[in-house]
Design a protein around this ligand. Structure first.
Ligand code: NAD
Ligand code: TYD
Length: 329
């Protein structure tokens, strides 16, 4: 089998490739990645993968990369909500138009299965209960709206063109190789530097935490066993408020419980996400990671791999774009 992975230099794409190399060693993997600020060749260091450095919005490059592929697993996206609030342009281009270019190529190249990797954020904030795959979409950030638009485009290609597509919607991922602008790696690396974590608002927002290795296993299961045209939620094994997560990480890292800076809330901040994953479980999915073990291992990974994250924090000036947006309260 030959599989095209898009966005394989990012956090989840690189973890998926690592999983695939072990789980399906005979498969040939081609990685198409533009290498934006979030795409990091160090994420695939030492792995036998062909990487093509091109934009998914470039139809010729996409056609070439997809030639002879049986499967496509599409991760490439602009992914950080805070960036989408400040400047939505790249989100609409990559997440919507890029997906359209990939879908057209998948039709002309006659790929057998195409997994579009999406997010629980398309359902919007739910005060109680669990989002099911058939629920209506109510995205609140430009990031979530661009992902919801892409999900609907994928659906339209199934109905109109009988494209062999599947959609996965996952909750907040955590684990190794996550760019340190996202909450958990930012928290861990700040605490390693004795710096506070900037908590947005009251910290009572609820997120559902999924280990990236479990996400990779869920995606492979859907790729191989999912029903074409269907959507599958992939939720985590632990749900908590941000302020509980902060206290938990502080305890594990033996830092004082006041190493927190309360800053203004994110605009349009979603209060709660939660997924019903019974459909995926019916395909046979079980989590391999409990949150306790996963979180300890993740903290240890950032502690052992300072050489990986330090240059991203220093060189990127990665949060300077946010400093004006999030003032201390
Ligand atoms: P990431 O930001 O770490 O990586 C994104 C990758 O896509 C980078 O390697 C980047 O270079 C590449 N990319 C961006 N624009 C591109 C373009 N125009 N052409 C080619 N490559 C491009 O993202 P991630 O956290 O690994 O997320 C991967 C996917 O999973 C995304 O589609 C995201 O919406 C989805 N998802 C993420 C989470 C999460 O918690 N991180 C949860 C659910 C779903
Ligand atoms: P994030 O990792 O950006 O994921 P998402 O917004 O996609 O859920 O943020 C996770 C949660 O942590 C979210 O409720 C926002 C909050 N957060 C902070 O309180 N401070 C921060 O500096 C960041 C990046 C996030």
């Amino acid at each position: 089998m030959k599989v095209l992975v898009t966005g394989g230099l990012g956090f989840i794409g690189s973890n998926f490739i690592r999983h695939l190399l072990k789980a399906r060693p005979s498969w040939k993997i081609v990685n198409l990645d533009k290498q934006t600020y979030a795409g990091n060749p160090a994420n695939l260091k030492g792995l036998k993968v062909e990487t093509i450095k091109k934009d998914i919005c470039d139809p010729k490059a996409v056609d070439r990369a997809m030639k002879g592929c049986d499967f496509v697993v599409h991760f490439a996206a602009e992914t950080h909500v805070d960036r989408s609030i400040l400047d939505a342009g790249a989100f609409l281009k990559t997440n919507i138009l890029g997906t359209q270019v990939l879908l057209d190529a998948a039709l002309s190249q006659q790929v057998r299965r195409f997994v579009h990797v999406s997010t629980d954020e398309v359902y919007g904030s739910i005060p109680k209960g669990y989002s099911k795959e058939g629920d209506h979409l109510e995205p609140n950030s430009p990031y979530a709206a661009s992902k919801a638009a892409a999900d609907l485009l994928v659906r339209s290609y199934f109905v109109t063109h009988k494209a062999p597509v599947l959609v996965t919607r996952a909750s907040n991922n955590y684990g190794p190789y996550q760019y340190p602008e996202k909450a958990l790696p930012l928290m861990i690396t700040n605490f390693m530097e004795d710096k506070p974590f900037p908590q947005y608002g009251d910290g009572k927002q609820v997120r559902d935490w999924l280990h990236v290795a479990d996400h990779a296993r869920g995606i492979l299961l859907v790729l191989e066993k999912g029903i074409l045209g269907e959507v599958y939620n992939i939720g985590g094994s632990y749900t908590c408020q941000n302020r509980e997560l902060i206290q938990r990480v502080l305890r594990l890292m033996k830092q004082p419980n006041d190493l927190v800076a309360r800053v203004e809330d994110r605009k349009g901040h979603d209060r709660r996400y939660a997924l019903d994953c019974s459909k995926l479980k019916r395909l046979g999915f079980r989590h391999a990671y409990g949150f306790d073990e996963g979180l300890r291992q993740t903290i240890a990974w950032y502690q052992d791999n300072e050489a990986w994250w330090r240059p991203l924090k220093v060189a990127g000036g990665y949060r300077s774009y946010l400093q004006k947006a999030y003032k201390r309260k």
